[in-house]
Design a protein around this ligand. Structure first.
Ligand code: FES
Ligand SMILES: [Fe+2]
Length: 432
């Protein structure tokens, strides 16, 4: 439970708020790079700021104030040039640093035009990494953009998925340190949705939470699992401050404003060893729906189920009314750490996990249970026998609404037919 004041401190993200200023000190994934294969510019709202995100004709990405410095037209309706984004109203041109580099009529009537050099709008650095566009909205110099180990594994099919979530970021992110919900929200609720009453899935027997440099880990032992299993000895990562890392995928909860969040996820699936080496030439992006035609939330897929929990807590969760128990120890830990961090930053310290060393940022390894199989790969036969990957071949289990085109690309990469059967295994069986 938190006081109203402390709840507001943690949840408010606009410019000048304690948490808003704190979170701006981290690189955040904000879009799929592939979105800009079809568009030049789009409106985007981040941390309570209205911005325009664009890719100019030379391939440079820019993230600038939504409004033109001239008479405030909407730059998300502008068009790009070899360098920069041009306002569609009178043609002023801004580069990725926000500097106005052309004012066509002013430049003509006054070739020395002193106005242009003084004209600069808010702009934030953007980088492309592993199919994601990352923005940094904090004080300069920007820290290093961490290259997580999973981005370097290769031999896999990646995809980037975004969703618009109508609630505050923190209740989404608290879900990243909540092992017990898995048993109920995903396992047992899914059983019930299929019309099954029993048996319920295996119970959590114990959970534990530890802090490390890049975040926290949660650990679990469920019925039938030993303490030697890596879900207890290593665990899963709450990636500080906005991410969740599960080995073959990341989830980030990016604050749009106090009442909205952009869910950004990156998925990776290694191709079977028989199909290696495999190089993916383009990481697709898709935007996942969260509502049914009747306006109810979609409940069929794992992340959709999580979203039902997040939005169900209200636009901004009222933490004055909650009742925390033993399963919520991790949640209390991260809230306390956020408060401590706000104090530390006030005293001029770098925030937790921020990387300043370029060499260290080149490869950031995170602890993760069951890491070895990601490195070793699996054969087609092993995939067909694997409880998770056999299902993964049949369809995308995480978000509803995967476009047919992405499914097709996935099938080609894996060497499977539309039903998820490996073509090479089918052929071999047919030849017998
Ligand atoms: S308002 Fe943008 S150029 Fe005039
Ligand atoms: Fe979940």
């Amino acid at each position: 439970m938190l006081s109203e004041e402390r709840n507001q401190t943690l949840t408010r993200v606009g410019p000048g708020t304690a948490m808003g200023d704190y979170l701006r000190r981290y690189w955040m994934p904000i879009a799929g790079a592939a979105e800009f294969d079809d568009i030049e510019v789009k409106p985007i709202r981040l941390m309570g700021e209205d911005l325009a995100l664009y890719k100019d004709r030379s391939g440079t990405f820019g993230l600038v104030d939504r409004h033109c410095p001239h008479r405030r037209a909407d730059l998300s309706y502008g068009f790009v040039e070899e360098k920069g984004l041009r306002c569609n109203y009178h043609g002023w041109l801004m580069d990725e640093s926000g500097q106005c580099i052309e004012q066509p009529f002013e430049d003509m009537v006054n070739p020395k035009n002193p106005l242009r050099g003084k004209c600069k709008i808010t702009a934030y650095p953007v980088r492309e990494l592993s199919g994601l566009l990352w923005a940094y909205m904090g004080p300069l110099p920007a820290p290093e953009l961490p290259v997580y180990e999973a981005f370097t594994w290769g031999n896999g099919f990646s995809e980037v998925i975004t969703s618009d979530i109508p609630c505050n970021w923190l209740q989404c992110q608290e879900n990243s340190i909540d092992p017990v919900h898995f048993e109920w929200m995903h396992d047992n609720w899914s059983l019930r949705q299929k019309g099954q009453l029993a048996p319920y899935s295996t119970k959590h027997l114990k959970v534990a939470f530890d802090e490390f440099e890049e975040g926290f880990v949660y650990k679990r032992v469920r019925e039938g699992q030993s303490e030697q299993a890596e879900m207890w000895s290593i665990g899963r990562v709450f990636l500080w401050p906005l991410g969740f890392y599960l080995g073959e995928h990341f989830e980030w909860r990016i604050p749009v404003d106090d009442e909205n969040t952009l869910s950004v996820t990156w998925f990776w699936c290694r191709v079977p060893t028989e199909r290696e080496p495999y190089v993916q030439t383009r990481i697709p992006h898709w935007h996942a729906p969260i509502t049914e035609p009747d306006g109810r939330w979609i409940t069929s897929h794992v992340i959709n189920q999580d979203i039902v929990a997040w939005v169900g807590q209200g636009r901004v969760g009222d933490r004055t009314k909650e009742t925390l128990g033993a399963s919520d120890k991790g949640i209390a830990m991260i809230r306390n750490r956020f408060f401590e961090e706000l104090e530390a930053v006030k005293q001029g310290k770098d925030p937790k996990g921020v990387l300043r060393d370029p060499a260290a940022a080149k490869l950031v390894e995170l602890p993760i249970a069951e890491r070895k199989p990601f490195l070793a790969g699996k054969s087609m036969l092993e995939y067909t026998k694997h409880p998770y990957y056999s299902k993964r071949m049949k369809g995308f289990p995480w978000n509803a609404g995967q476009p047919e085109q992405v499914r097709k690309e996935f099938c080609i990469a894996m060497g499977i037919d539309a039903d998820g059967n490996f073509l090479a295994l089918k052929e071999a069986a047919g030849a017998k």
